[in-house]
Design a protein around this ligand. Structure first.
Ligand SMILES: C[S@@+](CC[C@H](N)C(=O)[O-])C[C@H]1O[C@@H](n2cnc3c(N)ncnc32)[C@H](O)[C@@H]1O
Length: 385
């Protein structure tokens, strides 16, 4: 496909997404009806689509409309590139840009920074003078990080195994097990290093949330909101630690047994009904459902889907999870609260409200990771009674 044809494909996919079709579904639909597209074409179209969703407000302003075409015109203007070679009207290329398709100046900072207008004041109160740089970081794609699975390999062995398959990875400062992939990211899932369980795809700050726990042999650890199980596997990579994985939606745990098998990291799945018979636990990780604001680079549609009402609902769910889990911990155990959000309402405010309502509890650790430091944005706090 020519560069112009890739843009035309992105325009069609974006129109579907703006019409309400989920991002991955729309990309898959396009790939199915475009058998002529090679893997490089698919990757390039995907990059166009994700970039346009991350920057939906600013590209729409620059491109003159919130349509697939407007977003792609805005993308090209934002990159300072010429439109005429791409919007040529030739075969498979988008039609020539008309005089009506003019861009305009940004109305607000939130529009320039691609944050929903209602959210910008909260973003500023959470992040202070870092709000603008964090919002700018969210306009760009996330790096690819790996976790070295210490059950199978040490860091240098994993780096060498990846290098043998033309995947260049270097240590990331956020966590001792974290690697940042510099070259060959698209080869990871087919690589022997990945298939043999030497490495897992996992953001460095997600690894750091687990590394912040003092995990010793013999501890019984519950990952209460295990989801796909990324953190369960990181927990289970600690020798002698017994990991129980739970999720209110058991479907989300579906792939965890095969992932645990590949990693050589035993994890026991626990249903909601079985929790009481396994309690109390020494450590509970509550990686709570949240806005996902710390991972909006990877899942940018979430940035535009979030509403004030949903944010309020999430904070209520977060608080209720903490309250529920506080009765499942041994005396002297650690309740670790975590989110992949950078909004104070979901982080410090939830923990502070819990501590005010439960004076026997205290906080022993708190940290926030911001996207400006090259990881996803995450928060964690350790609570003890
Ligand atoms: C942030 S995700 C977990 C991500 C996962 N820990 C990981 O590292 O990949 C939050 C999870 O919480 C689950 N969840 C939502 N509401 C819940 C609730 N009330 N109790 C327990 N889990 C819940 C969701 O199904 C979702 O899988």
């Amino acid at each position: 496909m020519t560069p112009a044809a890739r843009i035309q494909a992105a325009i069609e996919i974006l129109d579907e997404i703006l019409g309400g079709i989920p991002v991955e579904k729309s990309l898959t639909n396009w790939a199915r009806r475009s058998r002529f597209a090679g893997s490089k074409d698919r990757a390039a179209v995907r990059d166009h689509v994700f970039s346009a969703i991350r920057c939906k407000r600013s590209f729409a302003a620059l491109g003159g409309s919130e349509s697939g075409r407007g977003l792609m015109i805005g993308a090209i203007r934002a990159a300072g590139e010429r439109l005429d070679g791409l919007f040529s009207g030739e075969r498979h290329a988008p039609s020539v840009v008309t005089a009506a398709e003019v861009g305009r100046d940004f109305d607000t900072d939130a529009e320039r920074l691609d944050i929903p207008e209602w959210l910008w004041p909260r973003f500023q109160s959470s992040l202070g003078n870092q709000a603008a740089s964090v919002a700018q970081a969210l306009q760009h794609r996330a790096p690819v990080h790996l976790r070295v699975n210490l059950i199978k390999a040490d860091v240098s062995t994993a780096v060498a195994a990846l290098a043998a398959e033309d995947i260049v990875a270097v240590s990331h400062p956020a966590c001792a097990t974290a690697l940042e992939v510099k070259e060959g990211a698209r080869k990871i899932s087919q690589s022997t290093a990945y298939r043999d369980g030497l490495v897992e795809l996992q953001d460095a700050a997600s690894q750091a949330v687990v590394a912040a726990l003092d995990l010793r042999p013999g501890l019984r650890v519950l990952d209460y909101c295990a989801g796909g199980g990324g953190k369960s596997l990181a927990l289970a990579a600690h020798q002698g630690v017994k990991v129980f994985a739970h999720d209110v939606n058991p479907d989300r745990l579906r792939d965890l047994p095969s992932r645990a098998e590949r990693a050589g990291a035993p994890v026991e799945l626990v249903s909601t009904a079985e929790l009481d018979q396994h309690a109390p636990f020494d450590v509970i990780l509550a990686d709570a459902p949240c806005s996902g604001s710390g991972s909006w680079r990877r899942a940018p549609a979430g940035k535009w889907a979030l509403t004030e009402t949903r944010l309020m609902e999430l904070t209520e769910i977060q608080s209720s999870i903490l309250t529920k889990l506080s009765s499942m911990l041994i005396q002297g155990g650690v309740l670790a609260y975590a989110t992949c959000s950078m909004l104070d309402e979901e982080n410090g405010a939830v923990v502070d409200a819990f501590l005010s309502a439960n004076p026997a509890w205290s906080e022993t650790f708190r940290n926030t990771w911001l996207v400006t430091n090259g990881t996803d944005g995450l928060f964690t706090a350790h609570l003890m009674r």
